[in-house]
Write a protein that binds this ligand. Sequence first.
Ligand SMILES: Cc1ncc(COP(=O)(O)O)c(C=O)c1O
Length: 472
Amino acid sequence: MWTAIDRTSGTPLFRQIYEAFRQRILHGELQGGDQLPSTRDLASSLQVSRTVIVEAYEQLLAEGYIEGRRGSGTFVAEGTLLPLIEPSVPAARSVPHDSQPLIRDGLVNPDLVDFRHGIPALDLFPKKLWGDLAKRICTEASPEAFGYGRPEGRHELRGVLARYLRRSRGVVCEPEQLLVTTGATQAISLVAKLLLNGKSDVLVEDPITSDIHTMFSLPGAKLHPIPVDDSGMITDLLPSDISPKFVYVTPSHQFPIGGLLPIQRRVQLIQYAARTGSYIVEDDYDSEFRYEGAPVSSLQGLDPERVVYIGTFSKILSPALRMGYIVLPASLIERARGLKWLTDLHTPSLEQLILAEFIEEGYLDRHIAKMKKLYRKRRDFLIRQLRHSFGDAVRILGHSTGIHLIAEFAGISFTPELLSVIEENGVRVYPVAVHAFRRDVQRHRIIIGYGNLSESRIEEGIRRLSASLKKE
Ligand SMILES: Cc1ncc(COP(=O)(O)O)c(C=O)c1O
């Protein structure tokens, strides 16, 4: 049954084996209920170590492609067959609309332990390396690089980015489909302007970031919240009586709850979008940092004509770069370029060239590997501190990926009054409820970001949080 594995390609062996199984399962060569060979047998027939096979199986298990049955082996899960879909492209109208600038709070009292989510370790930005590359690019770039550029971005960056995305996230795209944006925020805002008008319906996860909620509401679109659970959007609840312009999802790491959307729900979502003629907008904002296995493959790779894929360098490098991108289905590229031009002409060229070099020379991969190790340590430390202070009174969710987790305290409502008391004790935490449509369901939960906090600050912050909650 097996195709040969390639030991000379740069792709890790476990990834090749994972990918080969994934493709066979998606396309029905392996079907629900089929048994997989034992890790020992497969390792021996492929002449690889058993660890490689175990790693591939664990990844397939985490994404829902296979399931283990105690004592009897590993089997293909049900609901994993990707439907054959006509490549009909949804109709869309461009509705330019001025949006409000998004203002984010950058001022923080230095003694406050701020568990703000979405902030990477700012002191570990590779300053020297970036500075050296910036100097080189600035002195060596051709005069043309200092003029007006093209709205889609520098071809150097789009070329390396397309290769990086294919290799690391399974995104299927040509450089021509890529549009470099000023952060994912601009990408999301462009998609909203491109696809929505006052009559549009949009399906979003509940909860979803409050900024995104605002961006989709600005053109007057009607938002339909679909609840999430620990595995992301509950696709059984997709409404059959509307045809949304798009469904917005964060399938690799639901924001903020943290679920990983299993393959069965991905298939359901793609079937739904095909049936209703909708796009899917996939926001992949921080899934490079996955601690239990490798990053999961993108939804885009399953249906490139229907999925608009959005990514950012804010979490893997720095939010200050304001560097993001969209991968667009062919049908949307031209109008997206036009809209980007009318928004800000293009994203700064020199920064794009520096970033292209940073990726091409392998620095990005090294930086991600180093940061992943650090964040895993900080995450483990944070979990230990939460357990030490609260024992079983806290439930921890969404900690397998990213740089934040969710702490749920049954019986405690994080009201504005309680959050002020907590802040008076020198620690700031973020309620999930502000991002939710159904706020009541989320009132016991807070978001705790840990990317930019040392272990000693985490310890102090949880100690202060514990002292505040004990007073309640
Ligand atoms: C879910 C999600 N998407 C997108 C973004 C935007 O990131 P940026 O504009 O910095 O690239 C954020 C920011 O935290 C986010 O949480």
